[in-house]
Write a protein that binds this ligand. Structure first.
Ligand code: PXP
Length: 252
């Protein structure tokens, strides 16, 4: 089983910064720490309303990721503005996500099946520019197949429903984990690289990391919260260790 990459999402460092309109805490400093302690890449979501990450943050993140030879995964909505920002920065990867202004976070996956005609040309232009394009989708075979059909090279499976079910001790958790496993198997069968993310914490990371088809997890909110108590470096190192343990246990 291949090693599972960890992309650290630093959006919520910017959320804290923006609460006061000051220049600190700086998400770029968080990205530097994350890369120094073993994150494989940095993920940042430039939302249309700029509620956390700003355009200037993306400029600086693109520079430090390039300098350190590490991937920047640019999360964005499928809009002409976001497409042109991606094309201006040429990040390693772009993850296409749905966005609704009133949502607290990315609450569900992108409807790639319903949006084929709008999404396919964007995927083509980003891919032609050398960006690896991923579609953030629910654990659903139809959406996985639609991601393949629009030309994406990667799908990122939305783990939010599973993680929430575990946190609330819901009997649905096993079924939701089964759906993630089935979607990962189907994506790999179609030749897609499979990522996963959203809502992952120390409790849920093991079961997700054990899904053999996964190549990358993207984790943010929990790590930034945990950093308040134990520091960002140790929080990331602990997550990395839990991922590695789960992976070796699953391979044994
Ligand atoms: N992956 C994607 C596509 C996301 O939209 C997010 C949240 O921005 C994450 C991963 C990370 O989720 P969380 O911050 O809940 O760990």
């Amino acid at each position: 089983m291949s090693k599972l990459r960890l992309g650290v999402n630093i959006d919520h460092v910017a959320t804290v910064r923006n609460a006061r309109g000051e220049g600190y805490p700086d998400p770029v400093r968080a990205a530097e720490i994350a890369l120094a302690v073993g994150a494989d890449g940095i993920t940042a979501h430039l939302r249309e309303d700029r509620r956390h990450i700003s355009d200037a943050d993306i400029d600086r993140l693109a520079v430090i990721c390039r300098q350190r030879g590490r991937p920047l995964n640019f999360e964005c909505a499928v809009t002409p503005e976001m497409e042109s920002i991606a094309l201006a920065h040429l990040p390693h990867a772009a993850c296409l996500v749905p966005e609704r202004r009133e949502e607290k976070t990315t609450e569900g996956g992108l409807d790639v099946a319903g949006g084929h005609n709008a999404i396919a040309p964007v995927v083509r232009r980003l891919s032609e520019a050398g960006i690896r394009v991923s579609c953030f989708v629910d654990a659903d075979a139809g959406q996985v197949a639609a991601s393949k059909a629009v030309g994406a090279q990667v799908v990122e499976l939305h783990t939010g429903a599973y993680c929430e079910a575990v946190r609330h001790r819901s009997p649905e958790a096993d079924r939701l984990l089964g759906a993630l496993k089935a979607a990962a198997t189907e994506a790999a069968r179609l030749g897609l690289e499979v990522h996963a993310g959203h809502g992952i914490d120390y409790e849920t990371v093991g079961a997700v990391a054990a899904i053999p088809e996964l190549a990358e997890l993207n984790i943010g909110h929990f790590l930034i919260g945990e950093a308040i108590f134990i520091g960002l470096g140790p929080a990331i190192q602990r997550m990395r260790a839990l991922m590695d343990e789960a992976r070796s246990r699953a391979a044994a």
